[in-house]
Design a protein around this ligand. Sequence first.
Ligand SMILES: Nc1ncnc2c1ncn2[C@@H]1O[C@H](COP(=O)(O)OP(=O)(O)OP(=O)(O)O)[C@@H](O)[C@H]1O
Length: 262
Amino acid sequence: MDTLSEQALLAVQDLSKVYPNGYEALSNVSFSVQAGEFICIIGRSGAGKSTLLRCINGLVPISQGSIRVQGTNVASLSDNQKMLLRRKIGFIFQEFNLVGRLSVFQNVLTGRLGYVNDLQALFGYFGREHREKALSCLQRVNMSHRANYRADNLSGGEKQRVAIARALAQEPLILLADEPVASLDPELSWSVMGDLRKVAKEEGVPTLVNIHDMETARHFADRIIGIAGGQILFDGTPDQLDSATLREIYRNELVETTSRYA
Ligand SMILES: Nc1ncnc2c1ncn2[C@@H]1O[C@H](COP(=O)(O)OP(=O)(O)OP(=O)(O)O)[C@@H](O)[C@H]1O
């Protein structure tokens, strides 16, 4: 490993993932992430973007290679330590994954589960410090006025802002977002991406966002990683991404159709 990877908050080295049916979804993927970076991962459907994020947060086991968080190889951790680490990884889903019958505030409080004991978690008892934290996270995404709403009464954009607040409440080491704006209309998706980038930058939390739309990626990312067929084809700044590389990443899928703004 080079010095940059050793100092990285997240270092993925020669990662491969073969699903039980024999399909190799990721092949020798290597990259590292430094504090504060806002990275968009682009690629056509089936490229392996979700698999990559799921490997990083342990939702799917890796087949080869290593994932290091703050220098520690995740594979060397006990199950309990892995669970504790997962609580420090904020995950934002395309479909928000809020508990619809709970209030907005209660949903954000669930981000604090890693900070209370089992009994408190069981009875949903969160002390003042946790409630204050949850409220401040809601304020960060301008959603405190909806604190007492049932989550299932919110609009899509509001739901995703609450999901961002919940992830922030975890005080995450890293944020992973899997197509966080794919269910939102174009204008709203830029506004939610703007909020995600703003809070990630303010907190200095490195963030990996899977996104199909390359124009959104170009607009918001400090750095873009392009994946095709489970391999990294590009890793650089938006300015370095030329149209020949884009065509390769999207493999004949018309580049124009990858942008809802073209
Ligand atoms: N559990 C599984 N078993 C077998 N193959 C799988 C499994 N999950 C995903 N795959 C395959 O792995 C490849 C990568 O899937 P993945 O969901 O990571 O792609 P993606 O880039 O996120 O695409 P999308 O944007 O459509 O979700 C796809 O060809 C998919 O069919």
